[in-house]
Design a protein around this ligand. Structure first.
Ligand code: C2O
Ligand code: CU
Length: 548
């Protein structure tokens, strides 16, 4: 593969949206940030210069980074933050990824303004598994906050309050026509009649899933999370935050202007409370000489925010290509099986000598606490005291997880830095079960670093260990790095632990990360000291309270 070099300068810059201005941290003065463009198998060096006011890390979402957790990015998991006035060079190693991925800050809520797309092209010999498109377009969905979101989050967490809602969603940085003071700057995509485009979607919003549609244009979904799918023809798509999607669009409608719109799909809690503003819009515009009406056509196929079934029915259609060039390799001799409940619940903790109750979020009633030195370094240097290896703690006590009357005390969470150790090449199955504690059942887009996994099954209700595995798709299940655990339901995923390292596993809703819906898998292929992962880079951002 080829080698590419990028410089990312992190710096505050001024932006005006929704009739007000603010300064926020961005990369190279861009929101969204620069696109990284590679061919399958390339290596990218990204030198991140932090000229901001606080520590930051960057993650390359969906890039497997074989044996290279050092450059994966999540703070206190694989590194400590890059402090202001310092820099760190990430070595981003591509292997089998093809399609659209993305990068984002992985520290506090900084990813709201620090994110961008990654394009991994197929190599020339193989090409796309569909006719070469005539052009392409990248669409990044974001969350816009009028205020300083990191500051607000810190205060809310301290007070035990709900985290802030965004003020709008954006398409390539712009909220669009339906939002105040946004008409002029609405993002425009110009197309030529008769051409077919590859549309690359990145859902970088903070706390919701999105529906997306283009008025009167069919969408043919051909890729998801950096892997190909059997084509799905649809008039809308649903993306969880964290997911990326490749879609073919043919400009075959009467010359004119058409809205492209994204709307939150809200399984429990809205993130933009004014639903007029919850439509981010951009305009698809045919290039040519013609007169058009001033109001573009709005996509009638876009489901409303309460529509639950279209989301689930759409995701049920995902199938891997499972072809000769893009084979599937589904683990069939499972050696580690984890059944994990996914909950928002309460934690009782000691606060300056008195016991205090706060909201928390958890896998299997374990709510993550960041260590002071990152898990990777502690593991690599064999330093004790930074984490324990007792995740998932204990098997969940079985009850009706989605009943209306799940008592809150049943699922009181414990806090800890509990990781799961997996041996190299183990075949792993994880069943994630949503729960209705606090009447809080909702979708959870769960993401695994370092891997893509096969989603072999999903369904409503409580997972049934007798009957549900019989319905697994072991022929052409989709490969994903972020899967939505459906509200009041479950998903089953499988992967082979073939990438040694320290890998983050978490809900991609930022508010749930803040509340601890997070754990870590250490994939171990060494003796007492890990020798199978790459050597650490010569310079690692120091951990402030590191003891070595
Ligand atoms: Cu895109 Cu750990 O996340
Ligand atoms: Cu969640």
């Amino acid at each position: 593969g080829n080698v590419h070099y990028y410089d990312f300068v992190l710096k505050e810059a001024n932006f005006t949206r929704l009739c007000s201005s603010k300064s926020m941290l961005v990369v190279n003065e861009q929101y969204p940030g620069p696109v990284i463009r590679v061919t399958k198998g390339d290596i990218v060096y990204v030198n991140v210069h932090n000229q901001g006011d606080y520590g930051v890390t960057i993650h390359w979402h969906g890039v497997h980074q074989p044996r290279n957790p050092w450059s994966d990015g999540p703070e206190y998991i694989t590194q400590c933050p890059i402090e202001p006035a310092s820099n760190f060079t990430y070595e981003v190693i591509f292997s089998d990824e093809e399609g659209t991925l993305w990068w984002h800050a992985h520290s506090d809520w900084t990813r709201a303004s620090v994110h961008g797309a990654i394009v991994a092209l197929p190599n020339n010999e193989t090409g796309y598994p569909f006719p070469q498109p005539d052009g392409e377009e990248i669409i990044v969905f974001g969350s816009w906050y009028k205020g300083d979101v990191n500051k607000e989050v810190a205060e809310d967490l301290e007070d035990g309050d709900l985290t802030p809602s965004s003020d709008a969603y954006t398409i390539n940085g712009q909220p669009g026509d339906f939002c105040p003071c946004s008409n002029e700057s609405t993002y425009r995509w110009q197309v030529d009649y008769g051409k077919t485009y590859l549309l690359r979607l990145v859902n970088a919003v903070m706390n919701v899933e999105l529906y997306f549609a283009i008025a009167q244009h069919n969408l043919t979904v051909v890729g998801l999370d950096g892997s190909y799918l059997k084509p799905i023809v649809t008039d809308f798509v649903m993306l969880s935050t964290g997911q990326t999607m490749d879609i073919l669009v043919t400009a075959n409608q009467p010359l004119g202007r058409y809205y492209m719109a994204a709307r939150q799909y809200d399984s429990v809690r809205s993130d933009v409370t004014d639903y007029d503003k919850a439509n981010a819009t951009a305009i698809l515009e045919y290039r040519d000489n013609y007169t058009y009406s001033s109001t573009p056509i709005f996509p009638s196929s876009l489901p409303t925010y309460e529509d639950f079934d279209p989301a689930i029915n759409f995701t049920y259609r995902f199938r891997s290509l499972a072809s000769q060039n893009h084979p599937v390799n589904i683990p069939k001799n499972i050696t580690t099986r984890m059944y994990l409940t996914v909950s928002v619940n309460n934690v009782i903790f000691d606060y300056e000598g008195t016991s205090k109750t706060n909201l928390a979020a958890s896998f299997n009633n374990v709510s993550w606490i960041n260590p002071s030195t990152d898990v990777l370094l502690a593991y690599y240097r064999n330093m004790s005291g930074f984490y324990t290896t007792d995740f998932p703690n204990y098997p969940p006590s079985f009850f009706d997880f989605i009943a209306d009357d799940v008592s809150d005390d049943k699922t009181l969470t414990v806090q800890g830095t509990k990781v799961k150790v997996l041996n190299y090449n183990e075949e792993v199955e994880i069943v994630l079960q949503d729960t209705n504690v606090f009447d809080g059942s909702e979708d959870h887009p769960v993401h695994l670093h370092g891997y893509t996994f096969y989603v072999v099954g999903s369904g409503y209700g409580n997972f049934d260990n007798e009957t549900d595995p019989k319905g697994y798709n072991l022929v052409d299940p989709p490969k994903m790095n972020t899967v939505s655990v459906p509200k009041d339901g479950w998903v089953a995923l499988r992967f082979k632990a073939s990438n040694p390292g320290v890998w983050f596993f978490h809900c991609h809703f930022e508010r749930h990360i803040s509340w601890g819906m997070v754990t870590v898998f250490i994939v171990k292929n060494g003796g007492t000291l890990e020798t199978s992962i790459r050597d650490p880079p010569p310079y690692l951002p120091p951990c402030k309270s590191s003891s070595w």
